[in-house]
Design a protein around this ligand. Sequence first.
Ligand SMILES: [Zn+2]
Length: 159
Amino acid sequence: MIEPWRFCAEKIRLERTFLLSELDSRVDEYAHFGSMNDSVTLVLQGQIDEHHQHWIHLHLTGTVSPQCQRCLMPVSINLDEKTRILLCENEEQAEQIDLEDDDVEIVGLQETIDIRVWVEDLIITALPMAPCHEQCGDEDLTAQYKNQKDNPFAVLENL
Ligand SMILES: [Zn+2]
């Protein structure tokens, strides 16, 4: 939980890591993850800009493994999602600002926010609608190929 207005006023930077198992089941229902022990990290940075608007910048990173739509095995997806949220005290204030709805959060001055909801939203936004391997069943081969590239002698050994 954070106090968003104070968070911006004091330009606080916060980093929090969440296991998928700590998030709401709507995330897992969206994608069916291979492992719920994978974690994601959210970095938040508060800011007040030159127009006295309160922004919270969000950056979500991590690797998760939703189920492949073809072979049903997990497929690794690297998350790297950035967004920013503008705080508004009420609807009128929000309407005056010409921004996409997703970027505006209406929060009372005394309210606190559970940042987990933002983590969940960012994961759902970042994941492809139908995650798939480039070539199903080939993930081991890809890994092997990469090892060979790193070590030229591995290729010789296979000749
Ligand atoms: Zn697959």
